[in-house]
Design a protein around this ligand. Structure first.
Ligand code: DLL
Length: 441
């Protein structure tokens, strides 16, 4: 099926279409100034630099980035709640937070300028997906400490668009608004969009009764196959938006209408890909961990923050006209990667296989446990309601075919359990699909 055509826009051509040299110049100036600010105002980072004898003057351009020490989620844990701020607390106009290790949240502060920066980045993202003046935007990301709701909410104003702050949950009400208010843009997690699509089907609401031209989905890994399903089920054009609280929230990067990759706002967030084992920078196109330096942030700037998201970076001009670096869709997290009997397995690999089967729905959970000291992976997948009425024999045959296909892609034999339609948990936010029982006492 041909993908729906929609008109998209470049919000800020000056920033999004710079030459390589211009971008490098802007990044270098901003990096030098950020290192200086961090050294002077963020004692935890100054200590990291002192430990390796690095002075702000040692950083003269973006080529020196690799000399700087990394930061990661442990810096938030160790400096909880406000120790990562690089400005006095009373210059912060808003806090957001996401869950961190050992129950301590990663707390991020935004100054007034940070909010303007965030809004500007989201205007770039949303224009890239075809949002324009007069659009009616259904925001079903959670509002609150999570960045998904309030970030896009405030970007609607400068774009001249109208926000409907629905937040997550209460799916029948979401559908009522989609049907009666007829928003033409929706923003939520891809798994929640599928859940809404299912509920619509159950309630007998056809996609022709709603009016969505595009959906801006993110906050969790999803595949191209899942994107195609969403587009088919909802009759919209689906875009991938990426971000993390520690760096900004949504809007660190977003897809365009000409490629399957995500453009990064690299004048603000300098990306690198590093080897997960050695931490050494990897060249263009190599798979590794994504690292960002948020050089224009004031409240909580981060230098060389390791996201642990696995992806690849590509440079050069995109067909859409932008020259900003592009990252491939995130395939998973280095720390989410499952190692089953020594083999690295990503949930997205399993999802991609599953979605080629018309007998099943894209709702699944992966369970890993250990029997007689051997890892065992069980994948529960929901059957489609049409297939569910078929014979046990056919169900078993499909389970075997799925197991064989998944084994050939991942290299791991898994037990497949096809389940009744609507029997697996749904999510109104980020979905938890992996249940690893191996390391519990
Ligand atoms: O999820 C921010 C966000 C909100 C992004 C709404 C997009 C839309 P956190 O809760 O801090 O922030 O989680 C960040 O989520 O490191 C990735 O592992 C994952 N993630 C975010 N966007 C994507 C995406 C928000 N488009 C973590 N594809 C990140 C894959 C994503 N993973």
């Amino acid at each position: 099926m041909a993908r729906r055509e929609i008109e998209t826009y470049i919000w800020d051509p000056k920033a999004e279409c710079m030459s390589e040299d211009q971008l490098k110049h802007v990044q270098s100036e901003r990096l030098i100034s950020c290192v200086q600010r961090m050294y002077n105002n963020a004692p935890y980072y100054r200590a990291k630099m002192d430990r390796i004898g690095l002075k702000p003057n040692d950083i003269q351009s973006v080529d020196d980035l690799y000399k700087l020490p990394f930061t990661d989620k442990l810096d938030f844990r160790d400096n909880y709640p406000f120790g990562t701020l690089a400005v006095p607390r009373d210059e912060i106009v808003r806090f957001h937070a996401s869950s961190g290790t050992t129950g301590k949240m990663k707390v991020v502060g935004y100054t007034r300028n940070d909010i303007v920066l965030w809004t500007d980045c989201l205007c770039r993202s949303m224009s890239r997906c075809g949002v324009t003046k007069g659009d009616l935007i259904h925001i079903a990301y959670g509002y609150g400490l999570f960045t998904g709701g309030l970030g896009p909410h405030y970007a609607c104003d400068p774009m001249g668009a109208t926000a409907i702050p629905v937040s997550g949950g209460n799916t029948p009400r979401q559908i009522q608004i989609l049907r009666e208010w007829k928003p033409n843009v929706i923003m939520c997690t891809p798994s929640y969009m599928l859940h809404i699509a299912d509920q619509m089907q159950e309630m007998g609401v056809a996609k022709e009764e709603i009016n969505l031209k595009c959906g801006i989905f993110g906050a969790e890994p999803w595949t191209i196959e899942m994107r195609d399903q969403i587009e088919e089920k909802m009759g919209l054009r689906a875009f991938d938006i990426y971000g993390l609280s520690e760096i900004l929230g949504p809007g660190v990067g977003c897809g365009c209408d000409k490629s399957d990759m995500i453009h990064i706002e690299a004048d603000h967030f300098i990306p690198e890909i590093v080897d997960p084992d050695t931490g050494l920078p990897l060249p263009e196109g190599e798979l590794g961990e994504l690292v960002f330096s948020s050089v224009t942030k004031e409240g909580t700037p981060m230098l060389r923050y390791n996201t642990h998201d696995l992806t690849r970076l590509f440079y050069g001009k995109c067909e859409c006209g932008r020259t900003t670096p592009r990252m491939q869709k995130v395939t998973g997290r280095a720390d989410d990667m499952l190692i089953i009997r020594g083999v690295n397995v990503f949930p997205t690999q399993i999802e991609a296989v599953m979605l080629t089967y018309s007998e099943v729905e894209p709702h699944y959970t992966i369970h890993v446990d250990r029997v007689n000291n051997l890892d065992r992976m069980t994948i529960k997948i929901e059957m489609s309601s049409v297939f569910f009425s078929d014979s046990i024999k056919e169900i078993e045959a499909t389970e075997h075919r799925l197991a064989a296909d998944i084994a050939s892609v991942t290299g791991v034999n898994a037990r497949i359990m096809l389940c009744e339609p609507r029997s697996l948990p749904r999510s109104e936010g980020k979905i938890k699909r992996v249940f690893d029982e191996r390391f519990k006492n």
